[in-house]
Design a protein around this ligand. Structure first.
Ligand SMILES: C[S@@+](CC[C@H](N)C(=O)[O-])C[C@H]1O[C@@H](n2cnc3c(N)ncnc32)[C@H](O)[C@@H]1O
Length: 234
């Protein structure tokens, strides 16, 4: 079990070290820019205010922290958590002008934060990559204030047969695009496999509930290509 967890962490780390430089470009290409709309909808549902604090975990290049901040005149206090050196450096330098955003190098399974600290916890396209999802959810619960909200954006399962068929066929072409843009198809083979083997909407909802959250619900985006899960710490 321990070695499986370490193997996954190692694999995921090597994937992101391979793609970090072209990460944003590849997201725009393979999602045809739609990831930006999904991320906007994610922040819409969070509906943060100027005095909301956020811990954004698996921050990558910092899209969520940036939008959360911009919507509120850069007043919210935000902590970005990212374990991969290359993604961390890229994200931190992207958001260097945001004085309200600090960066911490750490994994989702062991957050360097006090209990009951944040109003919001966000994880966008990160939960599929963690090595221990239960530990991750327990940590999310721990660092949120009572009344705080957990928000997760992730690829999910499509609820329409025709779209599913088209999407599966489209996905097969993504590693070749990766090879052309990034120079390697492997990270994008990992991407497709990790999406395939990840939980569906209901299974993820159950896990979130099992780890202490209440009023857990989800919304599908583009017929479930992605989904947003929301839960509360009461
Ligand atoms: C697909 S990117 C998502 C980046 C960003 N949140 C976004 O929505 O564009 C996934 C990120 O999760 C990070 N990651 C991988 N394993 C992690 C873990 N155990 N804890 C926290 N972050 C992790 C990766 O290094 C990578 O930067």
């Amino acid at each position: 079990m321990k070695s499986t967890i370490q193997d996954k962490a190692k694999l995921v780390n090597s994937v992101f070290s391979e793609v970090y430089n072209k990460y944003d470009l590849m997201n725009d290409i393979i999602s045809l820019g739609i990831h930006r709309v999904w991320k906007d909808k994610f922040i819409d549902w969070m509906n943060p205010s100027q005095n909301s604090s956020l811990i954004d975990v698996a921050s990558g290049t910092g899209d969520i922290a940036k939008q959360f901040s911009l919507r509120n005149k850069n007043l919210p206090k935000i902590t970005c958590v990212e374990p991969n050196d290359d993604m961390f450096n890229k994200g931190k330098s992207n958001l260097i002008s945001f004085k309200n955003i600090k960066w911490v190098k750490s994994s989702a399974e062991a957050l360097p934060a006090e209990d009951n600290t944040y109003d919001f916890y966000s994880i966008s396209y990160g939960i599929r990559n963690v090595s221990d999802i239960n530990k991750t959810l327990k940590e999310a619960y721990r660092v949120l204030k009572p009344g705080g909200r957990f928000m997760c954006l992730e690829f999910s399962k499509i609820d329409n047969e025709l779209l599913n068929f088209l999407y599966k066929n489209y996905s097969k072409a993504i590693p070749a695009v990766g090879k052309y843009i990034v120079g390697s198809s492997k990270p994008y083979e990992y991407l497709i496999n990790s999406i395939d083997s990840f939980y569906n909407q209901e299974q993820l909802l159950e896990l979130i509930i099992k780890n202490g959250f209440t009023n857990v619900e989800y919304r599908n985006l583009s017929n479930g290509i992605s989904a947003i899960h929301s839960g509360w710490k009461i």
